[in-house]
Design a protein around this ligand. Structure first.
Ligand SMILES: Nc1nc2c(ncn2[C@@H]2O[C@H](COP(=O)(O)OP(=O)(O)OP(=O)(O)O)[C@@H](O)[C@H]2O)c(=O)[nH]1
Ligand SMILES: [Mg+2]
Length: 201
């Protein structure tokens, strides 16, 4: 995918503050520190456009980005980080639920899981929730560079079977080596084609 423009649009907590454009939108979700912001930067080839940090809990609002003036990316706050205050965490869940259940232009979601971790309650709940609403999602296993190719393949098998998901729907990725970037773009483009066909009907 050739990126000729990528810009930060705005941050929002409330639905009233979401951008009111209706470009097809892809959201990125996953545990805090899993690499959501780094994945977006790698996809759009802008190193610092999305702020990343080794300190979990970096992204605390819903952040909207516009790519090539036609596609919207949404960086969601990470879940499951215990050190964030209770008050902040209590605000996140309704904020995420509201976004996922009301955003009409949401085309699909990318669910990130650290390749070294087994999916847990949060990931199972998210997957179930998306399936119940017919929202397509892709699983991306992040930080693949931390493991050898042999170990990556083993983790891919283990995680697919835990999620009961075909290997085609789970992609190995590294923001460091950019492994998997093109495959993720292919999947996003497939979703967009499918959306465009639906619009024409
Ligand atoms: N080795 C390696 N490190 C990564 C990779 N992706 C992200 N990181 C590092 O992991 C840390 C967290 O990355 P972020 O992209 O900020 O994670 P996030 O999911 O956006 O985190 P929150 O905003 O806190 O929810 C940073 O120190 C990144 O440099 C990767 O593919 N490989
Ligand atoms: Mg982030």
């Amino acid at each position: 995918m050739k990126i000729h423009s990528a810009e930060f649009v705005k941050s929002a907590a409330k639905a009233a503050h979401y951008p009111d454009y209706d470009y097809p939108e892809i959201a990125f979700a996953g545990r805090s520190n899993v690499g959501k912001s780094s994945l977006i930067n790698t996809l759009i080839q802008r190193k610092g456009l999305v702020k990343t940090s080794s300190r979990p809990g970096c992204t605390q609002l819903i952040n909207f980005f516009l790519v090539n003036e036609t596609l919207s990316f949404v960086d969601l706050p990470g879940y499951g980080y215990a050190k964030v205050s209770k008050k902040i965490r209590a605000q996140w869940q309704p904020m995420m639920d509201r976004y996922l259940s009301t955003r009409e232009s949401l085309l699909g979601l990318i669910l990130l899981i650290d390749i070294r971790r087994d999916p847990r309650k949060e990931e199972f709940e998210m997957a179930e929730w998306l399936e119940a609403r017919d929202i397509p999602y892709l699983v991306v296993l992040t930080k693949a560079d931390k493991l050898s190719r042999t170990k990556q393949a083993k983790r891919l098998n283990a995680i697919c079977s835990r999620l009961n998901r075909d290997k085609n729907g789970v992609i190995l990725f590294s923001a460091k080596t950019r492994q998997g970037r093109e495959v993720i773009w292919d999947e996003i483009n497939n979703l967009i084609d499918w959306y465009d066909r639906g619009e024409e009907e």
